[in-house]
Write a protein that binds this ligand. Structure first.
Ligand code: ADP
Ligand code: MG
Length: 248
């Protein structure tokens, strides 16, 4: 379980996220919704250690210090961004291989001396990246430059990169943005297949039908605070949630 407590982020005197607490339970797909500017991306940034925040975070019973991006990453928390982070100077497969880097650290000389072993390990990394690309439907573009991919393809490339690192927890920031209805329902199936593989998922999105189809539980944020937490039906029957949406 990932447990966040009293997470706050402020920019100047303004709180973007204010004392948000939630649990992401093993095996679930948790949705986060809220009007624009309600702090959804900032909350993911805080959990991922990418923005200065206060509060506490615990992953699988281990306290994870905030403001240290390597720590949640090492605990198995990976994420995708609202604006896909793609390196256009690399090929698609190289973009994916970035997340499953070679961490044995045996150095240049060691690598040279153990070339057959190194080649096997490199082969395994390539196969793993290729499998991740196949999984998101981009296998045919593996050796193509990531420059000039369509918007939806950039999103999928980023998902492939996260999946290639074998996350235990995967957070996605508006994965359906810019996708049409057919692509959105394919994305829903893809996310369900990750969940079926045992990945615990946190998904921020605006498309309510999409979230209803995949989430077992939802959090609603408004002005940086949690205003509802429950099953999709409970949450959307909540007058405060209806108000937050009609107020936009
Ligand atoms: P959401 O993802 O729900 O649309 P954000 O988390 O992006 O919302 O933003 C929450 C609030 O924090 C907004 O008012 C936004 O303007 C503000 N904010 C986000 N990032 C910054 C930043 N780097 N500097 C100042 N204000 C920011
Ligand atoms: Mg956002």
């Amino acid at each position: 379980m990932l447990r966040a407590a009293d997470i706050s982020v402020h920019y100047g005197g303004v709180y973007a996220v204010k004392k948000v607490s939630f649990e992401l339970r093993e095996g679930e797909v948790l949705g986060i919704v809220g009007p624009n500017g309600s702090g959804k991306s900032t909350l993911l940034n805080a959990i991922g250690g990418l923005t200065r925040s206060s509060g506490s975070l615990d992953i699988d019973g281990t306290a994870i210090p905030l403001n240290r991006p390597a720590r949640p990453r090492r605990a198995g928390f990976l994420r995708t961004f609202q604006t896909p982070q793609v390196f256009t100077e690399l090929s698609c497969i190289e973009n994916v291989m970035l997340s499953a880097s070679d961490r044995r650290g045996i150095g240049l000389l060691g690598s040279f001396l153990s070339r057959p072993f190194m080649w096997r390990s490199e082969r395994a990394r390539i196969d793993n990246a290729k499998a991740a690309l196949d999984r998101v439907g981009l296998g045919h573009l593996a050796n193509r430059s990531a420059e000039g991919l369509a918007y939806g393809q950039n999103r999928h490339l980023e998902i492939a990169r996260a999946i290639a690192a074998k996350p235990k927890y995967l957070a996605m920031d508006e994965p359906s943005a810019g996708l049409n209805q057919v692509e959105t329902s394919a994305l829903a199936n893809l996310i369900k297949s990750f969940a079926a593989d045992g990945v615990t998922i946190l998904v921020v999105d605006h498309k309510i039908d999409f979230l209803r189809g995949i989430c077992s539980r939802m959090l609603v944020l408004q002005l940086g605070e949690v205003i509802a937490d429950g099953s999709p039906d409970e949450v959307f029957a909540n007058p405060a949630v209806v108000d937050a949406y009609l107020g936009v």
